[in-house]
Design a protein around this ligand. Sequence first.
Ligand SMILES: [Zn+2]
Length: 295
Amino acid sequence: MRYQYDMQTHSDFSDGDYAVKDVIKLAKKNGLRAISITDHNTWYGLKLKERLARAANILNVQGVEISTKIFDTEVHILGYSLNLDEHILKLGLTETVNGYNQRAKMMLEKLAATKIINLKISAIKKSKNSLLPMTKYDLAKTIAKRLKITPKQALAYFNSGGVAQVPYGDWAMLPSAAVKLIHQANGYASLAHPGETLEKLVKRFGQTIGEKKFKLLISELSKSKIDAIEVYSPKNNLEMRNRCKELAVKHHWLITGGSDWHGEHHHPEIAMGDGGLNEHNFKTFIKTIKKNRRP
Ligand SMILES: [Zn+2]
């Protein structure tokens, strides 16, 4: 099913393939009515996204996706608003951005040690605005060009099990801290692609303990007063969607949905609109978002 309200997409401000203007052009071409470009760990470009979406006559919901860590496992928290406080986000994300940049450097060092390619971070920096965090996909794109392989093949060096993988360091905040930061910045927080998170926990701890940790995460997020859960994600199977819907009812959470589209090079398996909200769910979502947290 294709959704007209895709609340999770990415541009090259983080690890997407396309520039913001091209993301919006594609959204228009695909008949989307609303979009959120939830770039990872950055406040940068929120106004630009809004301006370009408005020009294309598409409703833009300001969004961000924050990388956090609990039980040594990556958890992504989405933040939505019509009026995110850039200054608060910028301050709150400083440690994360620095951590990301540090990690990128460590990844290149690890890769150099394998003799696959010796690349300095300065070679990558040229292609990236210095205000934006350096993602492993930024590294992969440059390496792909140099080694004449695909970015996806280059990315495998840095992904889980890869020769130059570096996990999140102590710089990564807890999921509850990301919820707090999003609230402070006028936003509403949602747990991104819970199916993927559960998968990661099960991979690390096995089925029984992984499940237990997932329940603990949900209880932590409930305590932190998270507002929503991403139900309609291609990374949630039917069982997970139903489970998320039940959690939404139980905790009085809003329902969000998004494809997590990054472009056909980074994630060829996901098309824009593969996840998202239908009109009814979007109306409920936007009605809440319009109640700005700090008027
Ligand atoms: Zn994510």
